[in-house]
Design a protein around this ligand. Structure first.
Ligand code: 13P
Length: 287
């Protein structure tokens, strides 16, 4: 069932667990995540970056594919189709295309401009019955060519943005997209605590979920994180299993070159990874 992310995140915040956002890249990714959410009876958020949207032939194609797949697979758990790190134009395009949730990432603007643009997009999203995430303080690492510094957000700025009527807030707490470097200092729980105190019941979003140790994930959830984004980790396990299949020469045995066979180990690896994360985040059985 395709729904806005608001209700599932408000429930997660109240119930002290987090809903996973898993980014999709193609049909296989989408199917693997939907089936795993159904199997674990967990709500789920399908994240689409602007780059992945372009790769999949545009937001309208993505929305049509996800809607049809959700129906054809008989998915009963709540599923939000969410734009990840949207630009101002991209956010508008996804609202138009039929996404059920969007993120406007205004973190690269000065705070006043972030506030002005977020305010406008909150109204547009809510007029269309969909949820909206906003961001304060850039998240480090590289995502679709955008490089952030991994800074920590200012809790007062977080409050300003949270008060605009958004449904979820992404705030930098030292997290980074992609694999964490060996010298990473870990999440700043002091920052997270201060943000949570200022923003109350607002569901907080932790980007850069790949490679954050389990104990830090659990502590972040205790301190008010209700949505955790995972992207790179699914890509890594998919690539690893596909490489093993080819290196073992399985594509040369019988009809092992058939994409339905060749991609199957990678797809199974995504399912296992998504299941592991859903259980870690505690959203299993919460649909
Ligand atoms: P990772 O690729 O580090 O898991 O981050 C995903 C993310 O935050 C998407 O917005």
């Amino acid at each position: 069932m395709l729904v806005s992310a608001k209700e599932m995140l408000d429930k997660a915040k109240a119930g002290h667990y987090a809903v996973g956002q898993f980014n999709i890249n193609n049909l296989e990714w989408t199917k693997a995540i939907l089936l795993t959410a159904e199997e674990t009876k967990s709500p789920v958020i399908l994240g689409v970056s602007e780059g992945a949207g372009k790769y999949m032939c545009g937001f309208k194609t993505v929305a049509a594919m996800v809607k049809a797949m959700d129906e054809s697979l008989g998915i009963t758990v709540p599923v939000a189709l969410h734009l990840d790190h949207g630009t101002y134009e991209g956010t508008k395009a996804c609202i138009e295309a039929g996404f059920t949730s969007v993120m406007f990432d205004g973190s690269s603007y000065e705070i006043d401009e972030n506030v002005a643009k977020t305010t406008e997009l909150v109204k547009l999203a809510h007029d269309n019955g969909i949820s909206i995430e906003a961001e304060v303080g850039a998240i480090g690492g590289e995502e679709d060519g955008v490089i952030g510094k991994g800074e920590c957000a200012d809790p007062d700025e977080c409050k300003r943005i949270a008060d605009l009527g958004i449904d979820m807030l992404a705030a930098g707490i030292g997290n980074i997209h992609g694999v964490y470097p060996d010298n990473w200092e870990g999440l700043s729980f002091d920052t997270l605590d201060a943000i949570q105190q200022k923003t109350g019941t607002m569901p907080l979003v932790l980007h850069g979920g790949t490679g954050i140790p389990d104990d830090m994930i659990k502590k972040a959830i205790d301190l008010g994180v209700s949505k955790i984004n995972v992207n790179t980790e699914c890509q890594l396990v998919f690539a690893e299993e596909t490489r093993k299949y080819i290196e073992a020469g399985k594509d040369k045995q019988g009809k092992g070159f058939d994409p339905r066979k060749l991609l199957a180990p990678g797809v199974e690896a995504i399912k296992a990874k998504v299941k592991e994360k859903i259980e870690l985040f505690g959203s299993n059985g919460k649909a």
